[in-house]
Design a binder for this molecule. Structure first.
Ligand code: 13P
Length: 250
């Protein structure tokens, strides 16, 4: 059975006040059953989210360094993330690929560090609009999956989650159709299987303008195991509604 996951990527938003209000509001409502709820707050708030949630949600970082330790001012290592209670790390989010010039090669090195530190790497993949329009979407995503996960040890596939986030759908209010999302998720699973991974046990999440009113349709695909939610994860009611769409369909 694949884990069902709803993850909230807060990006560079939040405050202690938001943690108190939002995590306080959702913690009593989640944390049981087969659904994993994961919060990716900005790094300084991880411990506070842990404290306020009382263990009801799982924690992740939005990024880590490809280095173990040393003179890398401003960076945070995978072992530090683990040390403060993270179980997950986003790797290769399109905002990091686009604004911080992260290549597939760098992404692969980060995936390796995350897994070696005992956490799950959530590899983010997705095409830009021109790539979808020119019919290259699947080839782009296939390359990102193959290169990003190239160095996963054969016995560590259980520490991998893939998030398909079409770049043109992020923060735009546009989403892939449920059919297109399902088709891409099935393609990702085929690639994972060709790579020798136990593809049927790897969760593949959809991200890109997931909201309470479209989540049920997007999550209906048999290869869609949950969502990676940006903007809507900053509102407790909206985020809880999205979580309910998945637990209702589980
Ligand atoms: O980038 C995302 C999650 O990682 C998606 O963001 P939005 O849900 O705001 O479109």
């Amino acid at each position: 059975m694949r884990r069902k996951i709803v993850a909230g990527n807060w990006k560079m938003h939040g405050s202690k006040g938001l943690v108190r209000d939002l995590v306080g509001a959702i913690s009593g409502q989640v944390g049981s059953g087969s659904l994993d709820v994961v919060i990716f707050p900005p790094a300084p708030y991880v411990s506070y989210v842990a404290k306020m949630s009382g263990g009801a949600v799982r924690l992740g970082l939005q990024n880590v360094s490809e280095h173990d330790a040393g003179a890398y001012t401003g960076e945070v290592s995978a072992s530090m993330a683990r040390d403060v209670g993270c179980d997950f790390v986003l790797v290769g989010h399109s905002e990091r690929r686009q604004m911080f010039a992260e290549t597939d090669d760098l992404v692969a090195r980060k995936v390796e560090k995350v897994i070696a530190s005992g956490m799950t790497a959530v590899l983010c993949v997705g095409e830009v609009e021109s790539e979808r329009e020119s019919g290259e979407a699947e080839a782009v995503v296939e390359r990102q999956v193959r290169q990003g996960l190239a160095d996963v040890p054969t016995d560590r596939w259980g520490s991998v989650v893939v998030a398909y986030e079409p770049v043109w759908a992020i923060g735009t209010g546009k989403t892939a159709t449920a059919e297109d999302a399902q088709a891409m998720h099935a393609a990702i699973r085929r690639v994972l299987s060709e790579m020798g991974a136990p593809a049927n046990s790897i969760s593949v999440l959809y991200g890109g303008s997931v909201k309470a009113d479209n989540a049920a349709a997007l999550f209906a695909g048999p290869d869609v195991d949950g969502g990676l939610v940006g903007g809507a994860s900053l509102n407790a009611e909206e985020f809880l509604s999205i979580c309910r769409c998945l637990s209702a369909g589980a």
